[in-house]
Design a protein around this ligand. Sequence first.
Ligand SMILES: CC(=O)SCCNC(=O)CCNC(=O)[C@H](O)C(C)(C)COP(=O)(O)OP(=O)(O)OC[C@H]1O[C@@H](n2cnc3c(N)ncnc32)[C@H](O)[C@@H]1OP(=O)(O)O
Ligand SMILES: O=CC(=O)O
Ligand SMILES: [Mg+2]
Length: 533
Amino acid sequence: METTSLKIADLNFSKEVTNYYPEILTDEALDFIVALHEKFNAQRLSLLEKRKELQKYFDKGNLPEFPSETKTIREGDWKAGEIPEDLQDRRVEITGPVDRKMIINALNSGARTFMADLEDSTAPSWKNVMEGQRNLIDANKKTISLTDAKRGKSYQLNEETAVLLVRPRGLHLNEKHLLVDDQQMSGSLVDFGLYVFHNTKTMLENNTAPYFYLPKLEHYLEARWWNEVFNFAQDYLEIPKGTFKATVLVETITASFQLDEIIYELKDHIVGLNCGRWDYIFSYIKKFRNHKDFVVPNRDQVTMTSPFMDAYSKLVIQHCHKRGILAIGGMAAQIPIKNNDRANAAAIEKVRKDKEREVMNGHDGTWVAHPALVEVAMTEFNKHMPQANQLDVSRDDVQITEKDLVEIPKGTVTEAGIRKNINVGILYMEAWLRGYGAVALYNLMEDAATAEISRTQLWQWLKNEVVLEDGRKFNMELYIDIFDDEVEKILTEYGESNIKKNTRFELAFKLFDKLAISERFEEFLTLPAYKYL
Ligand SMILES: CC(=O)SCCNC(=O)CCNC(=O)[C@H](O)C(C)(C)COP(=O)(O)OP(=O)(O)OC[C@H]1O[C@@H](n2cnc3c(N)ncnc32)[C@H](O)[C@@H]1OP(=O)(O)O
Ligand SMILES: O=CC(=O)O
Ligand SMILES: [Mg+2]
């Protein structure tokens, strides 16, 4: 086997590690993830370099194009591989971090599938990542349980549970606690590797298999990398190629220009694409941040009906169905509102409308962020999609051009929008630094993707000195005034001494400010923040 010829280098733990999780990090599991590292990490780093090269091209004012070198793939008549029985009907998918209670609640929620998330909604602390792996092993063995003594509540799995999918970290994130030859390992490879190593056998015995969501792909070569990772792992574990299945998130603007290519690269493993709307908006702003006159309005004015978002989601449906895979929708930000029936009904209605739009457009399923939203999404999909999926809906009526995909949304930038971005961004970063990757803020779900929009907008508006709706220019002087005022409000609300003792606000203020004003744009907010996790 290919692996036997590999020299397994020494793996070291970083100095911060005190808990070695011996049941997860067995010698055999470590050998496997080191083998993945040796085979694929250099390629990962070179793919990340390619992203930088492409950014230089965009910075000159260029826009993405459908690649010329892959025209034959786009025009060819081919289909992706089979969709397994338990992934044929994915009308409602719940997502959430790999926290033990959340996993049980999500699996019991009545949703068809559950995406256990080591990405946007998990702050990847050593504890979260390792305990997440432990929770996933117990979930697959169906032994997962929990007792909350304080609340007198106990949790275990129902007879019927959602089908499990796992989202490993994106290619940009390292796992700083695990070093091979002093090089940090890849978060993607650690999450993926430990999961397949510990769960494949159990899952196959249970008539399912390791299923993945692959996040933040920017190029079809990244899809090729994942395909090779899958093939290598399947050979190593001595299981047939094509056993693992992937759903790729289309959540970068460049991926939209390469849908067929991404499906083609993964064609023996791919079963779907998903419209990761929040990262998509982030990516759109990020990639064109240095374009002259490129201004995206307040975050809440960019919606799925903004022309560029509508175009992309329809293009995803069209391409998926042409290639025989599922087109899954995205996440409405609303979550249930406690103690206010009227406001709650309004939030649920927004979610209902979002799901109605998705199913009517031809999506085969959708995401919800909370168990209490399963019902509304399920009702909407059942109503308009009585069959398992809509693979037969071609959407050939839709003609999307390169121009449609980048059309700048219309709207305004306001002081309220600036304040909201600062406030929500700081609150989110503070929670993340304490180990929480998803939080409820102002009755909306916030995670890494939504926070990225907030800080990128600020950076871009400042860089462009955008003219606000009231005619003022958003320059450094105005930014400092507003930022200081927002910090003051937080200090007053939480109390200065409490802030010092019990929170990570002081660091969040500094990090967020730096992200918004530094000359060099940070590719991901989690990269500088990870040093402190
Ligand atoms: C852009 C993207 O990437 S979207 C995908 C990634 N983001 C996510 O997956 C976010 C998922 N959602 C969440 O994490 C949560 O809903 C939050 C953090 C926003 C709110 O969580 P909470 O503050 O706990 O909400 P709330 O108090 O209403 O929860 C009620 C119950 O539902 C559970 N719950 C809430 N959301 C979820 C979820 N997504 N999965 C499973 N259980 C959940 C809670 O654990 C709680 O359980 P309990 O009653 O047994 O204690
Ligand atoms: O991962 C999903 C997104 O919207 O981002
Ligand atoms: Mg995302």
